[in-house]
Design a protein around this ligand. Structure first.
Ligand SMILES: Nc1ncnc2c1ncn2[C@@H]1O[C@H](COP(=O)(O)OP(=O)(O)OP(=O)(O)O)[C@@H](O)[C@H]1O
Ligand SMILES: [Mg+2]
Length: 243
């Protein structure tokens, strides 16, 4: 880690907002001393409670630490929190403002004019997921907002719903973004994580490439019955990716 757990943002200068989601605001900052540009993900108490912020913070730190050095995955540079005081007529309370300092991804739209580029992009995404699973992590919120594009390569971000697992235990929490969420999660069943990741990747495939071959592969990946879906290795080995 470049910095120890920080207790303020004093060493950083705000440049601009990069985006925001349900649980956070992400801004571009400059580390004043080193002149390094970073993406600062600040967990927001707009939609999350203090304990949910803390949980997300801990999850992302644990997972991104496990994925250090993993290509096509955003890298964690530092983290910390600072306190602010919220005064209302009823009570005064101290809030922890959690932040993650991430490698800045200068994201561009994917060049969809060439199917070869799009297919390569998607294939890289599959390989990245395979590597992450091997490292004992599942993402659980795969969708195109969480895949940034840099030089037509995927960079996976947002591990807020991620989990550390060998893939054998079932999960019960509802996580994900519609329409990428597998039906067994929507139905409130307990679920094995890998087949749900394959389902989300099927939805992403349909979004990226729309032809007979891609539709056929996506249909396999998006089968209702999770046990009938191909596993990631089967999808990766499909001859369509070599053509
Ligand atoms: N490292 C980064 N470099 C550049 N932009 C980023 C980076 N991380 C996040 N962003 C931008 O900020 C947005 C929100 O980030 P992220 O998905 O991590 O947060 P979130 O609040 O969990 O989002 P959501 O709840 O909507 O999934 C991203 O969609 C992206 O546009
Ligand atoms: Mg997101």
């Amino acid at each position: 880690m470049l910095y120890p757990e920080l207790s303020s943002l004093d060493d950083f200068e705000f440049i601009k907002n990069l985006g925001s989601g349900y649980s956070s605001t992400v801004d571009l900052y400059r580390h004043i001393q080193s002149d390094r540009i970073v993406a600062m993900k600040k967990l927001s108490t707009k939609n999350l409670t203090q304990s949910e912020c803390r949980k997300t913070y801990d999850t992302e730190i644990t997972i991104l630490t496990k994925l250090r050095g993993c290509s096509n995955v955003v890298q964690l540079i530092g983290f910390g929190f600072y306190t602010t005081t919220e005064i209302s007529t009823r009570r005064t309370r101290t809030l922890n403002n959690y932040f993650l300092i991430l490698e800045y991804i200068d994201a561009q739209p994917l060049d969809k004019s060439s199917e070869r580029i799009t297919k390569q992009f998607y294939y890289k995404l599959l390989l990245t997921l395979q590597r992450i699973h091997e490292l004992g992590v599942v993402h659980r919120d795969l969708n195109l907002n969480n895949v940034l594009v840099q030089n037509n390569e995927p960079i996976l971000i947002d591990f807020a719903f991620g989990a550390v697992t060998n893939g054998k235990q079932k999960f019960t929490e509802f996580y994900g973004t519609k329409p990428y969420v597998a039906p067994e999660i929507v139905d409130g069943q307990s679920y094995l994580p890998y087949p749900t990741e394959v389902y989300s990747l099927g939805v992403i495939l349909l979004e990226l490439i729309n032809n007979e071959d891609s539709k056929e592969i996506a249909a396999q990946m998006m089968q209702q019955n999770p046990y009938k879906r191909p596993n990631l290795e089967d999808v990766i080995a499909h001859p369509w990716f070599q053509s």
